[in-house]
Ligand binder design. Structure first.
Ligand code: ADP
Ligand code: MG
Length: 349
């Protein structure tokens, strides 16, 4: 779950994810034979060493084969194994069940192989499985959060340098809670719009003569004549600043103070980046009206999840306010749960 920093990753900027208390658990046993068998959600798929080439295994097992491929490609022995997965991470809801799957499988396979990898190397390997084996062009954020996240912390990640910092986010100690709402908005034109935003950012950086929008300043924004490109650039520039401001406030323990930055991030996505939809705008407005300190859509846009920062004892009131607002507008009821920043992939036994 990204606390703040949306569409900043591919602009060499900053993101601040934390890991949810949802788990994909992998049990793994070496078989002593080449090849892998993997079970999940009542399905079983087997593949052999010859399948460790991009695209050879399709469907969900491709994520597993992709991890084995990325490990082998990095020079590691991958022992043949039988793997079983159980997961309570919502699939395809923008909560990165794919990264959870990759990072859990990676932890299991490296555990069997007796290989120790540094956190960021694990994140890069897992990302490689998704980018180059499955063929999904995602950034590094989800895998970094899945591997590096710590209990009670958010992970400040500089997408240009790969540097990370653990930033305290002790919500429970502060009497706070984070409500995660799956907006249930039907996906509308998301793929084309994503490519269009990426291209607009590239154009903006070229117009300003900077390597990436990470290098642009608020003063630069006004130098762009094209109104649409200007709005897109303004989102990225101000969003990077909001991530830095959020980190500053969290470092001083001002947890409630980040609420206004979350809400400003949402307004920027709505008005400048234009990637929100009525469902998420409704959820954010209702949460704020019910007393949340801040709320925003998270993820790539056009639906997905909304997070709301609230006093723990207001959580149910905020949830009910959103449900009422949804009912009034005839939207599909949202699903929601409370989330505390949780540890990333780890060995359980
Ligand atoms: P998200 O990462 O937002 O949940 P993605 O489309 O990136 O959505 O990844 C979802 C895909 O990941 C699923 O369609 C499936 O192929 C795979 N996946 C995720 N979790 C599991 C699981 N527990 N078992 C099998 N496949 C899974
Ligand atoms: Mg994914």
């Amino acid at each position: 779950m990204n606390l703040i920093g949306e569409h900043t990753d591919y602009n060499d900027g900053f993101v601040l994810p934390f890991a949810l208390p949802r788990r994909t658990v992998v049990t793994a046993a070496a078989t002593g034979e080449p090849g892998w068998t993997v079970r999940s959600r009542g399905e079983e798929v087997s593949f052999g060493p010859a399948d460790l080439r991009p695209g050879a295994v399709e469907g969900w097992a491709g994520y597993v084969a992709g991890v084995a491929w990325a490990l082998r490609d990095a020079g590691h022995e991958v022992p043949g194994a039988r793997l079983e997965l159980i997961s309570d991470v919502p699939v395809g809801a923008g909560l990165s069940s794919s990264a959870a799957l990759e990072c859990a499988v990676l932890a299991a396979l490296t555990g069997l192989a007796g290989v120790e990898l540094a956190g960021m190397d694990r994140a890069r390997l897992a990302r490689r499985a998704e980018n180059d084996y499955v063929g999904v062009p995602c950034g590094i954020m989800d895998q970094a959060a899945s591997t590096l996240a710590r209990d009670g912390h958010a992970l400040f990640l500089d997408c240009r340098t790969g540097e990370t910092e653990q930033v305290p986010l002790p919500l429970a100690d502060a009497g706070l809670a984070m409500l995660v709402l799956d907006s249930k908005a039907p996906h509308r034109l998301a793929d084309g719009a994503y490519a269009e935003r990426l291209a607009a950012c590239r154009t903006g950086a070229d117009l300003l003569g900077v390597p990436a929008l990470r290098d642009a300043t608020p003063a630069d924004v006004d130098r762009i004549d094209d109104a649409v490109i200007r709005r897109r650039v303004r989102h990225v520039v101000t969003e990077n600043d909001r991530v830095l401001a959020t980190v500053d406030r969290l470092r001083t323990g001002d947890l409630r103070g980040i609420g206004e930055l979350l809400t400003a991030s949402h307004a920027s996505m709505r008005d400048d980046f234009e990637i929100t939809v009525p469902e998420v705008d409704t959820a954010v407005e209702a949460a704020l009206a019910a007393g949340a300190y801040g709320a925003r859509m998270t993820g790539g846009g056009f639906g997905g999840c909304v997070i709301a920062l609230t006093d723990a004892d207001r959580l149910d009131a905020v949830r009910e306010a959103v449900e009422r607002a949804y009912a009034e507008r005839g939207f599909t009821p949202p699903e929601s749960f409370a989330a505390l920043p949780s540890p990333g992939a780890q060995r359980l036994a």
